[in-house]
Design a protein around this ligand. Structure first.
Ligand code: ATP
Length: 363
């Protein structure tokens, strides 16, 4: 039997927790604390995958690690990977990219929502003006690391980095975007209605051509949804000029990575941004958008709200309804009352901000 199809006997949803490195080890306990405070029927199992383990015994992912996660858990909550002591970053690559690629978590869902006007660096922008989602293809593109280096270290050195795009891969993420648009509403309750595909098909004609053709084909099955196209450079400009125009954005792995850092700035910085790595029907993985942030790690400075909002997203994916609403309401209240870390205009530490949300989650 395919392990992903096995019946999972526990009535509680089983969550694998992998805090990882740096601030991941600080923000994830806060996210778990908040989930516990909701009283949701959850069972947590923590794994020590990360730089410390790698430096101790050379393990990045234990044998059959990904099979075990898919078989034994309903969802995975991840912190961040990256540690200055591991110069090659091999553990981060094998754990994080390994999970995305080998578990085939092809849809990286990154909601971009402004909780409070004071968090946005743009003038005259209110929360209702920043409420879109970026769907990033998560298993292909340049991140497959296909290519090579020839004549390394000589003046004739050649480096090639291939951009891998399969019809299946492009089709399923674009299809996911249209389905997402159909199934989700904006924060104000109005329906989502537009899917924008972002590429660089004027310069990258082969891959861009495939994305263009597939976008047109898939959109034909969703006649009620408006379609739009933008080159990635124009999209960056428009995102800063007028974020109101975006609803559902679908793009490739690299462009999705880059534009969601920009998008994170619109919602108050990397510390506020949540994400999910999803394959519908399979065990999926949820992680804050930020990395391990070595400069602030271990100082109780990291904003835990990206991780806490990620936990809410995971619970919603697992079909909890009350708990994710409660978590999001408590974070919103914390932001309004400045019960936040310094990056979000507050004075609290990571632990104190997390505890504040945990204490207010049931009120
Ligand atoms: P990666 O490549 O691993 O995604 P990155 O290069 O995008 O990482 P991050 O580690 O995410 O970088 O962080 C960059 C900077 O953003 C940090 O050094 C920190 O100043 C800020 N930052 C990121 N996350 C947070 C957070 N949760 N709270 C406060 N500041 C943060």
């Amino acid at each position: 039997m395919n392990p992903e199809n096995e019946v999972k006997p526990s009535t509680k949803k089983r969550i694998a927790v992998i805090p990882g490195d740096g601030i991941g080890k600080e923000v994830i306990p806060q996210a778990v604390g908040v989930m516990r405070a909701t009283g949701a029927a959850l069972e947590f199992t923590e794994f020590d995958w990360g730089a410390d383990r790698y430096l101790r015994d050379g393990t990045t992912v234990p044998p059959d690690g990904f099979t075990m996660l898919a078989r034994d858990f309903d969802a995975i909550l991840v912190g961040a990977f990256g540690d200055p002591r591991v110069k090659t970053n091999i553990h981060a690559k094998e754990i994080l990219l390994g999970m995305r690629f080998q578990m085939d978590l092809y849809a990286n869902v990154r909601p971009v929502r402004l909780l409070d006007a004071g968090l946005c660096p743009l003038k005259n922008v209110e929360p209702k003006d920043v409420d879109f989602v970026v769907l990033r293809e998560n298993t292909e593109g340049v991140y497959t690391d296909a290519g090579g280096v020839f004549k390394q270290g000589t003046p004739d050195e050649i480096a090639m980095q291939e951009d891998l795009n399969t019809r299946k891969g492009v089709e399923r993420i674009i299809h996911y975007a249209f389905e997402y648009c159909r199934a989700h509403r904006k924060l104000d309750g109005s329906p989502r209605s537009k899917v924008l595909m972002c590429d660089k098909s004027n310069a990258m004609t082969h891959a861009g051509g495939l994305w263009q053709r597939v976008f047109k084909e898939v959109s034909a099955g969703f006649s009620e949804i408006t379609t739009q196209h933008m080159y990635v450079d124009a999209l960056c400009l428009q995102m800063v000029r007028d974020p109101r125009q975006f609803d559902v954005v679908v793009t490739n792995n690299m462009f999705g990575d880059i534009i969601t850092d920009l998008a994170a700035a619109l919602q108050g910085g990397l510390g506020m941004a949540a994400s999910g790595n999803i394959h519908p029907g399979r065990t999926s993985m949820f992680e804050p958008v930020h990395g391990s942030a070595p400069p602030i790690a271990g100082k109780n400075l990291a904003n835990p709200f990206g991780a806490i909002l990620t936990a809410a997203m995971m619970l919603r994916h697992l079909k909890f309804t009350r708990e994710p609403d409660q978590i999001e309401a408590a974070v919103l209240e914390a932001v309004r009352l400045n019960k936040t870390t310094q990056d979000a205009n507050g004075t609290l530490g990571t632990r104190e901000a997390g505890q504040w949300v945990a204490e207010h989650v049931m009120i």
